[in-house]
Ligand binder design. Sequence first.
Ligand code: DOR
Ligand code: ZN
Length: 450
Amino acid sequence: MIFDLVISNGKIVSPRKTREGDDIAVEKGKIAAIGPRGSFPRAKEKLDATGKYILPGVIDAHVHFREPGYEYKEDFKTGTLAAAAGGVTMVLDMPNNLPFCCTVEAFEKKLALVSPKAHVDFGLVAAVTAESLGEIPGLARAGVNVYKIFMGATVGGVPAPDDGGMLSAFHRVEETGLRIGVHAENTHIVDYFTGKLKAEGRTDPGAHAASRPGVAEAEAIQRAILFARTAGCRLHIYHLSTREGVRMVRAAKAEGQDVSAETGPHYLIFDDSQMRQMGGILKINPPIRSRDDGAALWEGLLDGTIEVIDTDHSPHSPQEKLQDDIWKVIPGFAGVETQVPLMLTLVNEGKLSLNTYVKLVAENPARLFNLYPRKGTIQVGADADFTIVDLDRQGIIDQDRLHSKNVVTPFDGRQVKGMPVCTIVRGNIVMKNGEIAGKPMGLHIKPLRS
Ligand code: DOR
Ligand code: ZN
């Protein structure tokens, strides 16, 4: 048999083990066979992964690629090119677009608009607002991957339903079998402190975190957990940032509730002292918090409370980011291209194992968002998505070399050790040694029914 692609001599990494000595054969975009070295001598294309680790394709389940409506910040082409360059084979794109992606009509238009531009596979997240509750079943039929409620006001201004609407949304989502995620911040608390700090004349970077205290996140998480338990729906907490939030998610899981949580590299690497130095560049919602909060996130990652690493890739123009008055700065920054090297650096530092990393960025997101075992695993029959990494390669993150339309990142200039060297999506090599190859071939991946 002549296979389309054979990858040989690499070390294959799963959440449970790292094994050497097997080759991988790919046919028609799927993993066709895995067998001892040399088993598949005939291939149209051969890739020698000697000295490299082969990871299941890395999924970033939280990106903002901004189409339609905010293409000056990012678009699907530049966003998915950045993903490919960064070793990411699939993304889930957020709905705070213009119009909001919250109706079947908006979803279908967005899908048609972005599909021809995708260089990696993708799923789409639909927003739920008070007016769009009735769209929930239709969105599931149309192939939406995840739902999202923005409980706290943030970029794009997607309004939250009131508590009754949120509970009703959770009941409707339960019937779809899909998961609903929440941006968990209590708007009333945020509005109150923002008003107070502005009235006091504060414009310094520290005022941002002060205006969105941890209790605002914790209160929203507690409410979402309670409503999800009442409705029996599957819940995801986006960008967890507080010790109290970790405690609540851990407790709900211990009681058997299907609640998952993610955090991002920025919450694990920075703390609020850097916010004072970096100012608006590091401004994001929810904010970067204390060292103690960061330590709690690490504990949560290592004990399984936090199941996913995502980036919240949310690019803005330099004018929007580089302002002295912290209230004028728009929250968010680019991240999809830098997650893999940043996290591999932490692997090299001994903060987590490569196997745990694979669980956090491949197997868990695939399972939680109804993509497993098509995605998230190296096994026969799965999509041939791989992130091949060189754990010894060193480099410096240089924002001017990133592929996003807007590249302001707090990680600019940071030393990394461990980099993606090849990105493969359904057997297509989309990045090799930093060079991006090929035409857009990314597909919308519909959720699998469990
Ligand atoms: O900082 C943020 N930026 N937080 C969000 O929730 C949205 C995001 C964006 O879209 O820019
Ligand atoms: Zn986000």
